[in-house]
Ligand binder design. Structure first.
Ligand code: FAD
Ligand code: DLZ
Ligand code: SF4
Length: 526
């Protein structure tokens, strides 16, 4: 005789919107209940961009509908439910009281703080809680730990090669397609004049999204960023459309212009799929498979296919592995002892530095900025200015639609701020105005001149760059990859060094309530 099965509660979080999720694959629609909860705690642990909240809540509501259409029972707690306790733990406890399940089945969460919460649930609820590995990644947490023991995760490049071998992606047997592993050197062209990137597919809000937009406007109107126009995909079908459009129209040029920046062009040839990947509407496997198929069909060159796949199979998996092997200590380190406050203009965009104003403006309007804007403009400035890592991390976690700590933290703490002492990258990505001038058109029309090193019109990135090297000489001068700039610094006359220190101190002191004309006068005569 078959024993009657007992009911299980399957909690699905906002970044787990994948039908093939580990905790949904063996679900029994006749017995089990899927629980999804909208809770204010998740919207407020940093002041998330309004579009990010709307995107996730609308995607959650649409996902619940697709499960219901399959005949699955979904217990969905909306944000405006008067009985909502507004925390994961509180809502789980209320749902246990409603459904009296025999156990709870979960997939491991993306963030350490939620993982910590989950550790207490079995005891608090007196129920078995099964937490399954998140197999939507190519490399599970366990796999990465094993690779770390085998010394294959010291640098992204070696980890990436191992992942290429394991998956067979862009491989001919043991040999990489195109004859080399990495076409990074072919990913650095500035955008030529006259080349206009294609318009992107955006999706008009349906009735579900409209009601979420109203809710977000009412509850989180004071958060950072513009709520509308809102054009993100909130269903798997729409996310697949966006992916197909990217592969057909942008991927062929993605490789060439991956590092380019242009004022007024928010998206260039980037995919804009990170929010969909991170919340589960798309999977990393299918995205890489489509990019590889486009290459095999001769529709995209190898530098584009490899450059794109490297970001997902390489960087995305690598940073997640670092996060889970190094947390919680990872977030606490401050290798360069950076202590300054984040300037207020990060939240307002009100600065005469045109590159910063452009990138922050894009971020406000779209909840998006592409990688080089995040790394070499807003990130580079925070590094050079010596902003306290926790402050700049909170900013990045709040302002992007794709921001979840497992991917944000290693990128900001490690790649940008070098606060991890080099676990993620062997040297800081510090750059002066010359780099920004070469890779973008931001400097045209800026109040500052990227060619001037000191004086009223000098680009702040120039003196801040040298000031950064001076401030961190004891820590960075022995790094072989920093040898070249430190040799130049060693030859710098003492009065020039002093002028750089002075200019930087004046500039940074003026940031909280900065008025550009006063600042320009202050710098006169240097
Ligand atoms: P594309 O340029 O089209 O790249 C394709 C995909 O590759 C992305 O969708 C993303 O999934 C992946 N990818 C690319 N670079 C990285 C990377 N460095 N780390 C991990 N995945 C990568 N990405 C996030 O998803 N969430 C974040 O919170 C986040 N914060 C960042 C903060 C800083 C300071 C920096 C420098 C990078 C950050 N990134 C983050 C990585 C990267 O900037 C974004 O993934 C990318 O800009 C998303 O846009 P896209 O989908 O158009 O990417
Ligand atoms: C980011 C976010 C927001 C704004 N709101 C919710 C929510 O109401 N309910 C939910 O399940 N998830 C939300 N999320 C995503 C979670 O923060 C995310 O699932 C955890 O950080 C674990 O990675
Ligand atoms: Fe940015 Fe300096 Fe160029 Fe102005 S001159 S846009 S501050 S790099």
């Amino acid at each position: 005789m078959n024993m009657p099965k007992t009911r299980q509660l399957r909690l699905v979080l906002g970044d787990q919107l994948t039908r093939g999720l580990a905790s949904l694959t063996d679900l029994d629609p006749a017995q089990d209940v899927v629980l999804m909860v909208e809770v204010a705690a998740e919207a407020q642990y940093v002041p998330h961009h309004k579009q990010k909240i709307a995107f996730l809540l609308s995607a959650m509501r649409h996902f619940a509908e697709t499960l219901r259409a399959e005949g699955i029972t979904v217990d969905y707690v909306p944000l405006d439910d008067p009985a909502n306790s507004h925390s994961f733990g509180g809502e789980l406890a209320r749902a246990v009281a409603r459904h009296a399940p025999s156990g709870i089945v979960l997939t491991e969460p993306g963030e350490w703080r939620v993982w910590q919460m989950m550790q207490g649930w079995a005891e608090a609820l007196s129920l078995p809680v099964e937490i399954r590995a998140d197999d939507r990644f190519f490399c599970t947490r366990g796999d990465f730990a094993t690779l770390t023991k085998a010394r294959k995760t010291g640098r992204m490049e070696f980890f990436y090669r191992e992942m290429r071998r394991r998956t067979g992606i862009l491989m001919q047997g043991q040999v990489p397609q195109g004859g080399q592993w990495n076409f990074d050197a072919d990913n650095r062209k500035p955008l030529p004049r006259g080349l206009r990137p294609p318009a992107r597919v955006r999706f008009a809000p349906d009735a579900i999204t409209r009601s979420v937009l109203d809710l977000v406007a009412t509850r989180f109107g004071h958060h950072f960023g513009d709520l509308e126009p809102f054009g993100w995909a909130v269903t798997r079908d729409a996310a697949l459309q966006a992916l197909d459009h990217f592969i057909a129209t942008c991927l062929p040029r993605f490789g060439d212009y991956q590092d380019a920046m242009k004022a007024g062009e928010d998206f260039l040839f980037h995919s804009l799929i990170s929010p969909y990947l991170n919340c589960g509407l798309l999977t990393a496997r299918e995205v890489c498979a489509r990019a590889e198929a486009a290459f095999q069909a001769g529709a995209v060159p190898i530098n584009a296919a490899e450059g794109f796949i490297r970001q997902i199979l390489g960087w995305r998996e690598f940073v997640r592995g670092i996060y889970w092997t190094e947390m919680p200590a990872y977030a606490q380190s401050n290798h360069l002892n950076a202590q300054r406050d984040l300037p207020g203009f990060y939240w307002t965009g009100d600065t005469p530095m045109r590159c910063m104003a452009e990138c922050i403006g894009t971020t406000r309007r779209t909840a998006y900025a592409h990688h080089i804007q995040r790394l070499m403009i807003t990130g580079n400035f925070a590094l050079l200015a010596g902003v306290a890592p926790a402050q700049i991390e909170d900013w990045y976690l709040a302002v992007y639609a794709d921001a979840f700590e497992w991917v944000e933290l290693p990128n900001v703490h490690g790649m940008v701020m070098h606060a991890d002492g080099g676990r993620l990258g062997s040297k800081p990505y510090a750059a002066s105005g010359a780099y920004i001038n070469r890779m973008s058109d931001y400097c045209t029309g800026c109040a500052f001149d990227p060619k001037q090193k000191l004086g009223a019109r000098a680009c702040p990135f120039n003196y801040l760059y040298w000031n950064f090297l001076i401030e961190n000489e004891a820590t960075l001068a022995r790094n072989p990859r920093m040898a070249l700039p430190y040799r130049t610094l060693a030859k710098m006359p003492a009065d020039q060094r002093q002028a750089i220190i002075h200019a930087s101190a004046q500039f940074l002191a003026g940031q909280a309530g900065w008025s550009p004309p006063a600042q320009l006068r202050l710098n006169d005569g240097w």
